[in-house]
Each structure stands twice: as structure tokens, then as C-alpha cells.
Design a binder for this molecule. Structure first.
Ligand code: FAD
Length: 294
């Protein structure tokens, strides 16, 4: 099934993101996590991908296949094009099809030490996947602006429009901690004529190191309310974890009430987090998605 269909069937799509274990750990080390996530009934699970053809990438295909074949949950395989040839991308698409995976999150990937390769940006990858036929395509978006755009959200919205025109069915946002950025972004996207659903990316923060890393990578702004939690519970691991989950829950309830198309939960392979979030929003999800009987 193409994931875009889920947005037609449901008012609020709820999904998880996981990442494959590092190459020096057996792939099976994540199986228990997937098992625990699967019982929480997400609409789909996405699996990240290492840029530039890292050895870990066949694990993205492998785990996407595992999720779908073992638990019957739709999966979304991330795919970056930076540093890749068309031939290499062809081989990944072939492998995904062979493994019955028909949904791809098409990304450029971060520019590090890797050369550009045969694709300059995600639109070129989206178009390439689209031309290969019969695949559902998601793309990324950045409510606070992509870090290279220097917070120029208007420019990123123009790029988003190009992604949609190239063939993206829907979008998943970068994480954010202040919902007002996401709402402004939705307004701008609508004004620009973007029609595809936009899922809000939410990451419950459970330790200070994680937040420092995330902020340096994506530049998300931290509201004062959030900073107070960080400072108050910095040295109390469990309190910080639970306060981080509570903050994310508050964000999600507000997003759901606003009427967003979906929530994509960055689980960090941590079932405890996913379980606590899912358990607490179960009633909201079923109430929002309940079909009218009249
Ligand atoms: P693009 O859409 O190509 O945009 C990159 C930059 O180039 C932006 O600043 C954009 O404004 C600019 N740009 C693009 N096209 C044009 C144009 N035509 N003209 C002018 N400027 C342009 N990374 C991974 O390595 N693996 C993953 O699994 C992964 N998963 C992710 C999942 C989500 C939901 C998100 C939000 C990000 C993810 N990333 C992942 C990170 C992502 O690869 C980086 O943010 C990367 O720097 C940008 O990728 P993109 O597809 O958004 O790029």
C-alpha cells in the first residue's frame, strides 16, 4: 500500500521512526524493539539510511522488509542520494521492490566529506524515483528552515513546492519544540499551493547530550518552558526522561487539536518512549480517526 492512501483513510496518521543498529552490532539487536513498537499499532514505521552508500544501508531495506513481512505494518525506507550514482540508486530501488517495499523517503542527505554524486538535491532524486514507476514518495521539510537556508523558510517553501512538483506525495517535518513554527509553516505552504499532507516530526527528549546534538545538527529553537525542564532535571535522569515525554505529549495534543495531518515520532529506538506517548494519545487518535456513523 502507498502511504499516501493512509492520509486519505485517516484524519491523523501516527508513525514511528527507527534507525538500524551500527554495523558492528548484529542487525537482530533491534528485533525486540521492533516487536515492542509493533504492538503499539503505528500506521507505519520508517527506517533511516546512512548517507553516501554506507555499509549499513542494506539494513534499511532489510528492516523495512522485516517490519512489513513479520508484522504487516507498512514501512517507509529512507534513501539519500548525496555521493551516489544513478546506478547505485537503481540497485537500492531494485532491492526495495524485491523486498516488497513501495514507499521511499527521498532525501539529499547532509553534505559532509562526500562529493555530490549524480543528484544535486532531493528533487532530482524524487523525480528519478517517480520515473522508475509505482512507488510512494515522501520528502523532508523544515518548519524552522533548513540549516543551509539560514532560516529562510520562504526559500525552503519554494523548494518544497519543487519537491511536490517532482512527485512527492507527502512530507515529514524536521523535529521542532515550538509548535508555532510548524503552524506558520503550514500557513505558508498552503499559500504556496502545496497540497500534500505534512506530518509533524516530534522527538521526545530524554537527555541533555541528545538535545545538544540535535540542536547543533538541525538548529531547532528551544522554548523557555523546555529549557526550564532541561535545567531543573539535568542531573536526574529519570525525571528528565519523564519530563521530556510529558513535554512531547503536550506538543502532540496541541498538534492533534490543531488538526495536523499526522505525527511522526522519532523513537530513537526506545520503546519506553513510544509506549508512553502511544498509551497517552490512544484515545485522542481513536476519537479523531473514528468514522462518523451518521
Ligand atoms: P534538499 O531538499 O535537497 O534541501 C537541502 C538544501 O538545499 C535546503 O537548504 C534547500 O533549501 C536547498 N535546495 C534544495 N533544492 C534547491 C534548489 N532547487 N534551489 C536552491 N536551493 C535548493 N539524513 C540521512 O542521512 N539519513 C536519513 O535517513 C535521514 N532522514 C531524515 C528524515 C527527516 C524527516 C528529515 C527532516 C531529515 C532526514 N535526514 C536524513 C537529514 C537530511 O538528509 C538533511 O537534512 C539534508 O541536509 C537535507 O536533505 P533534504 O532531502 O531535505 O535536501
Amino acid at each position: 500500500m502507498k502511504i499516501k492512501q493512509l492520509f486519505k483513510d485517516k484524519k491523523l496518521v501516527f508513525s514511528f521512526e527507527i534507525f538500524p543498529p551500527k554495523p558492528d552490532y548484529p542487525v537482530e539487536t533491534i528485533y525486540d524493539t521492533i516487536e515492542e513498537l509493533s504492538v503499539l499499532n503505528p500506521d507505519y514505521i520508517s527506517v533511516t539510511y546512512g548517507a553516501g552508500g554506507s555499509v549499513n544501508n542494506n539494513r534499511t531495506c532489510q528492516l523495512s522488509h522485516f517490519i512489513k513481512s513479520r508484522y504487516g505494518i507498512e514501512s517507509l525506507a529512507h534513501l539519500t542520494c548525496i555521493g551516489s550514482s544513478k546506478e547505485y540508486i537503481d540497485s537500492i530501488i531494485r532491492e526495495l521492490r524485491d523486498k516488497d517495499i513501495y514507499n521511499i523517503l527521498a532525501l539529499r542527505g547532509d553534505i559532509g566529506n562526500i562529493g555530490i554524486g549524480e543528484f544535486n538535491n532531493s528533487q532530482e532524486l524524487i523525480q528519478y524515483i517517480k520515473e522508475s514507476g509505482n512507488l510512494g514518495i515522501a520528502a523532508a521539510c523544515y518548519p524552522e528552515g533548513h540549516i543551509e537556508s539560514k532560516k529562510d523558510v520562504d526559500k525552503d517553501i519554494r523548494v518544497l513546492k519543487l519537491k511536490e512538483e517532482a512527485g512527492a506525495d507527502y512530507f515529514i517535518s524536521q523535529l521542532f519544540f515550538d509548535n508555532s513554527y510548524f503552524y506558520d509553516f503550514l500557513d505558508k505552504a498552503k499559500q504556496k499551493g502545496i497540497k500534500g499532507p505534512i506530518q509533524a516530526g516530534v522527538m521526545p527528549v530524554i537527555n541533555k547530550k541528545q538535545i545538544e546534538r540535535v540542536v547543533s545538527l538541525c538548529g531547532a529553537k528551544l522554548p523557555n518552558k523546555f529549557l526550564r525542564i532541561m535545567n531543573k532535571y539535568e542531573y536526574d535522569k529519570l525525571a528528565l526522561r519523564d519530563a521530556g515525554i510529558a513535554f512531547a505529549l503536550e506538543q502532540i495534543v496541541d498538534l492533534a487539536s490543531f488538526g495536523v495531518d499526522g505525527i511522526h515520532l522519532y523513537t530513537m529506538n526506545n520503546p519506553y518512549i513510544a509506549k508512553n506517548i502511544s498509551k497517552n494519545i490512544e484515545f485522542i487518535l481513536s476519537s479523531i480517526n473514528r468514522k462518523s456513523v451518521i
